[in-house]
Design a protein around this ligand. Structure first.
Ligand code: UDP
Length: 252
């Protein structure tokens, strides 16, 4: 199926293949789950299918409100056609409620609302364990310029506002999320667009009524029912109608 395509890059949860035409790539969603910089690993049957669908749904909605992103169209259960971008080596994290590494760093109880949304930048480098960086590092090391950082922050806040509403409407609290950006070139002018994926692998999503976790923390913290929780997110977003077999496994 995908073997005849040229592999461009393989990451922990996704593979990028050469696309059908120049300037495109195929993003393949694996079932592999990893945490703690790859120290903890598992195969979660159906995760790739769910993340492909959830990310498609969210990116399409974002396109609808004018947030430009790399998604072009879904090709199959695990594959989507995307625009090739020059990836900016940053993980951009936006937080509304204290959790995870922010709680650990500042001794804040998980679940405490933050006084305002906070954006953080991490340098994407597994060998260095993705260290947190300041704008000073980003510009000094030429990962992005100040205009690009401004654009990234504005888009991130827009994505946060939109996703907060989208999830809130289906009884889910958006605690935090991570997004990535890439450059597309038009003549000599580079524009920054949203890339990668937006899924329960990259967001903290809590049931609004019970605070039950519906995201990758179920894997990180051995809470069980990982696929069931991702399926529940998809179901609430209304994207389960034509994918009833995912949780029964066997999809490749
Ligand atoms: N996150 C991610 N990839 C990473 C690190 C974090 O998608 O490599 C997401 C994570 O799922 C959460 C948010 O970014 O939604 C903030 O994560 P945090 O800094 O609290 O790190 P963690 O506790 O996951 O180590």
């Amino acid at each position: 199926m995908t073997t005849r395509r040229k592999k461009i890059y393989e990451g922990k949860a996704k593979i990028l293949y050469e696309g059908p035409e120049p300037g495109t790539l195929i993003q393949y969603f694996k079932d592999d789950a990893t945490a703690f910089n790859g120290e903890k690993k598992a195969q979660l049957e159906g995760k790739g299918v769910l993340n492909n669908r959830i990310s498609e749904y969210i990116m399409t909605k974002l396109t609808g409100i004018g947030v430009q992103n790399h998604f072009i169209r879904r090709l199959s259960l695990r594959e989507q056609l995307i625009r090739e971008v020059e990836i900016i080596p940053l993980e951009v994290v936006c937080r509304n409620i204290a959790a995870g590494s922010l709680s650990n760093r500042f001794g804040l109880p998980e679940g405490q609302a933050l006084p305002r949304s906070i954006i953080e930048f991490y340098f994407k480098d597994d060998k260095l364990n993705d260290p947190m960086v300041a704008e000073e590092h980003i510009t000094a090391f030429n990962w992005a310029n100040t205009q690009e950082i401004d654009d990234i922050m504005a888009v991130t806040l827009r994505v946060n506002d939109f996703l907060t509403g989208l999830f809130s409407a289906v009884g889910i609290t958006l605690v935090d999320f991570k997004i990535e950006f890439g450059r597309v070139w038009e003549n000599d002018f580079a524009r920054v667009i949203l890339a990668d994926e937006i899924s329960p692998d990259s967001c903290r999503l809590w049931d609004s009524a019970t605070n039950e976790k519906l995201d990758k923390d179920r894997f990180r913290r051995d809470l069980g029912n990982v696929i069931e929780s991702y399926t529940e997110v998809a179901r609430r977003l209304g994207i389960m109608k034509d994918m009833p077999t995912v949780i029964q496994g066997g999809l490749h």
